[in-house]
Write a protein that binds this ligand. Structure first.
Ligand SMILES: Nc1nc2c(ncn2[C@@H]2O[C@H](COP(=O)(O)OP(=O)(O)O)[C@@H](O)[C@H]2O)c(=O)[nH]1
Ligand SMILES: [Mg+2]
Length: 507
């Protein structure tokens, strides 16, 4: 029974379809579940849905309607018209809307479903949209999908429903991206960020800036038109003032990327240092469970151990590493090589030192290497120091620590200093910037804004050099184009394709 081998040949669409086509996809994740949803969008959505299942009532906008899912024998043309009649009859007779009396239908039934129709333009895509919520049986959902395709629907490409919402003008590109981000969110803070961007927080921030820019463009365009009348529409001073009105909110917006992108993407923290300093103990304390093996035997950790945590909603991947030392043990040596790679790859590095021993040359070399990186030094086992005093082994134990690296006393054993450590990690990650509304979260956003800022800087220089306004306008148009690309008004098709191809199928 090839039509029932669901997993083996799940179909995927390569490219997007024209809006004249009706698209279909299973919107719930693959596999069994309590509920599974098949979604249709496009001009024939309601018609195909009505042929796909036997509705027990009439479709009414945004109202769920019970339906029977029947097996393929009922899907031929005769059955379709018979069902259409039955649907009409059942719409007229409300009692039949809850029960199937027809024994033929009862015997062909493979599931019951709830069908909800959203009439264009009041739907997610802006088009006619139907959601068929059946039980989450992969066989039934696959049957519905294939039947819809047999009835003329096209299999939706990943993100195609959201792309249609974007193309129909219901949402802009930053809002469409936020839909994907919301689905991908791993922490509630990420979900909150995505939801606010989905609500248009970023677009709202860009809009007034774009408006101010457009006003300046209009002013200069008017000046060019009247140039023959020898009428200066705006003084250089006025033009510079207006450029600043655009430039300064954009500079503030660009600054949000630091926090926005780490909240969006998360980051990696590698925990490194000599054997037995307490790296694995600190790692366990931060992940709040006994994840890595801790023993008094130096060289216990030999491979990288990773675990995800959330710090203030920022997803943080912690990497515990093998202690750095000269070793003759082959396994340990490979582990140490991996530690070095982990240091190179991580955005943040936590160097752990046993404070009862102080720094040795290996530690100093490591710290020198990290001078220009985001690093923190944990002066661990502080519980073993006499009353919080500095270690006594060397006269100036902190010599050799670059000034750029903050030092914190910690004890993995008592937990003292751990809150401070978390705060220091957060500070390092965010650059001290707080989360705010309408942040830039992706490199695409950041590049659009920085292109606009560059163009504005050129415009400023053009004013200073008394360049003709025609040339100045080119700079301003460049800035405008960059802002339009941010919200998707002038985003090239290949970029759009790239964005929507990262979506789930059925979204
Ligand atoms: N007293 C004390 N002992 C610690 C502390 N952190 C780790 N240890 C002990 O030091 C030894 C080595 O710890 P471990 O986390 O395996 O060090 P690693 O080799 O750097 O991963 C173990 O016996 C731990 O119990 C601490 O803060 N205070
Ligand atoms: Mg260890």
């Amino acid at each position: 029974m090839p039509e029932e081998s669901v997993a083996s040949e799940s179909v995927t669409a390569e490219s997007v379809h024209s809006a004249a086509e009706t698209i279909v996809a299973i919107s719930t994740p693959p596999g069994r579940g309590g509920i599974g949803i098949v979604r249709l969008s496009g001009p024939r959505a309601a018609e195909i849905a009505s042929a796909l299942v036997r509705l027990r009532g009439a479709l009414v906008h945004a109202t769920a309607c019970l339906a029977d899912v029947l097996d393929s024998d009922m899907l031929d043309a005769d059955a379709y018209s018979a069902k259409a009649d039955a649907a009409e009859a059942s719409a007229a007779n409300p009692e039949s809307a809850t029960e199937t009396s027809d024994p033929q239908i009862a015997s062909a039934r493979i599931d019951e479903a709830l069908v909800t129709w959203f009439q264009s333009p009041r739907s997610y895509t802006g088009e006619d949209l139907v959601e068929i919520a059946a039980h989450g049986s992969p066989v039934v959902l696959d049957h519905l999908l294939r039947s819809a395709i047999a009835l003329g629907a096209q299999l939706a490409a990943p993100g195609e429903f959201t792309q249609r919402a974007f193309l129909s003008g219901r949402i802009d590109l930053t809002q469409a991206e936020a839909v994907r981000d919301l689905i991908e969110a791993q922490t509630l803070a990420q979900a909150r960020l995505a939801a606010s961007q989905m609500g248009g927080a970023l677009s709202l921030r860009v809009q007034p800036v774009k408006h101010a820019l457009l006003e300046l463009v209009a002013l200069l365009e008017a000046g060019i038109d009247f140039a023959e009348d020898d009428l200066a529409v705006a003084s250089d001073q006025e033009i510079l003032r207006r450029i600043a009105l655009v430039h300064s909110p954009l500079t503030a917006l660009a600054a949000t990327y630091q926090h926005g992108h780490i909240l969006h993407d998360g980051l990696t923290l590698a925990i490194v240092g000599r054997p037995n300093a307490g790296k694995s103990s600190l790692f366990n304390a931060l992940v709040q469970r006994e994840r890595a093996i801790v023993t008094p035997i130096p060289g216990t950790t030999r491979d990288l151990v990773t675990e995800r945590i959330a710090l203030n909603g920022i997803p943080l991947e912690l990497v515990d590493t093998a202690g750095l030392r000269e070793s003759t043990d082959e396994v340990e040596r490979i582990g140490i090589a991996r530690s070095r790679t982990a240091i190179a790859d991580a955005a943040l590095v936590l160097v752990v030192v046993d404070s009862t021993l102080g720094l040795d040359d290996e530690d100093r070399a490591l710290l020198a290497l990290l001078e220009d990186r985001a690093a923190i030094l944990a002066w661990n086992k502080s519980d073993l120091l006499p009353n919080g005093s500095e270690p006594t082994r060397e006269s100036n134990p902190r010599a050799g620590i670059p000034a750029s690296i903050p030092v914190l006393a910690t004890s993995a054993r008592t937990g003292s200093g751990l809150d401070e450590l978390r705060a220091a990690i957060l500070r390092l990650a965010t650059g001290g910037a707080a989360a705010e509304s309408g942040m830039l979260t992706t490199l695409r956003h950041q590049q659009a804004v920085s292109t606009a800022l560059d163009a504005l800087a050129d415009a400023r220089a053009a004013v200073a050099n008394a360049t003709p306004h025609e040339m100045l306008l080119l700079d301003l148009y460049r800035a405008l184009w960059a802002l339009d690309a941010l919200t998707g008004q002038t985003t090239p098709d290949d970029v759009l394709h790239l964005i929507f191809s990262t979506f789930c199928i059925g979204k």
